[in-house]
Design a protein around this ligand. Structure first.
Ligand code: GUN
Length: 318
């Protein structure tokens, strides 16, 4: 049976580091880290995420400003709000919750956010910096879900160098940035997606599998190499019939946990794996942004929970 990777506990550790970093900044520089969260419309999942972000930010001494706009908001109104937030010196991070209603062009909105406040890391320039890698990572913001997945992997795999990593899914939010982070860690990376042939045989070569396919329980134990480390990014609500015959639902990942945990050496559960890491990384990016705005270096290495100096020593000076 695989060891279960406790994302909930690891995320709590990251948040306590974020709080320490925020407190140090408040005390030394009198700067209060502040995140603006913009929610357009009534998407129920988005409302839950935004609520959780606000609560956890407060626990880390990060201020939040919530902007709730109605479903029929036009693009111009949203762009005006972003411009105002870009120009507000007290706002260090801007998050526009996705998806946006269909009358709004998502890419135009994301690219209107000031690059240095784009704590989601979705702006084309931040995506470019991640793609270039190396020193450029110190200027970039890395998307929160892949960053959280990488931190979990680094905490659970001694050395990623030379490992075969397969990323299932090619989204801009997870699959693509994840593949770039793994390349940066010197993995041999293969990205598979809905049009890939022989997905199962490709997965069965992998030492590390990161699954962000958006399909409930798609990857099962037969696809995995014995001893693989599995990171399940999926969050899917599926219908179930309860013991008393009534209809209910439950949350599952993109990995069939039961069969996969018979093959994997380590695996993230859903819920309690990658999910809590996403918000922890958003808060981490927000505090990093506040440090950068105050003219200070990043409080932690970009893709590590070590200090910037330790990070430089390990990855840049060699
Ligand atoms: N919707 C789903 N995940 C995310 C995320 O990480 N950031 C934003 N802004 N929207 C999302």
């Amino acid at each position: 049976m695989a060891n279960i990777i406790d994302g909930k506990a690891f995320a709590a550790k990251i948040r306590s580091q974020v709080k320490e970093d925020a407190d140090r900044l408040i005390e030394k520089s009198k700067v209060e880290p502040c995140l603006a969260v913009v929610l357009v419309g009534e998407n129920p999942a988005s409302k839950v995420y935004v609520g959780a972000k606000t609560k956890m930010a407060a626990e880390c001494n990060i201020k939040t400003k919530d902007y709730k706009l109605n479903d029929s908001t036009d693009q111009e109104t949203l762009l005006k709000l972003i411009k105002m937030l870009n120009e507000d010196p007290d706002t260090h991070g801007i998050l526009v919750q996705l998806p946006l209603p269909k009358q709004i062009d998502e890419r135009s909105v994301i690219d209107a956010i000031a690059v240095e406040k784009d704590v989601d890391g979705f702006h084309a320039i931040n995506a470019g910096r991640l793609s270039i890698g190396g020193d450029m990572l110190n200027k970039a913001f890395i998307p929160c879900t892949p960053l959280g997945s990488l931190l979990l992997l680094k905490d659970n795999v001694d050395d990623l160098t030379g490992k075969n990593a397969v990323v299932v899914g090619r989204s801009n939010i997870v699959g693509k940035p994840m593949s770039q982070l793994l390349i940066e860690e010197s993995c041999t990376v293969t990205v598979v997606h809905s049009k890939t042939k022989n997905v199962e045989s490709i997965c069965s070569q992998a030492d590390v599998v990161v699954v962000a396919a958006g399909r409930p329980e798609m990857v099962n134990g037969d696809w995995l190499k014995e001893g693989a480390v599995v990171i399940d990014v999926g969050i899917n609500r599926i219908p179930v019939t309860k013991e008393d015959g009534s209809e209910g639902s439950k949350i599952v990942g993109d990995v069939d946990f039961e069969s996969a945990s018979n093959k994997a050496s380590k695996i993230t559960p859903v819920p309690g794996g990658v999910g809590p890491m996403t918000i922890a990384c958003l808060l981490r990016n927000t505090v990093t942004s506040a440090y950068r705005h105050a003219g200070l270096g990043d409080p932690r290495g970009t893709v590590d929970s070590e200090s910037q100096d330790q990070y430089k020593e390990k990855y840049i000076n060699h």
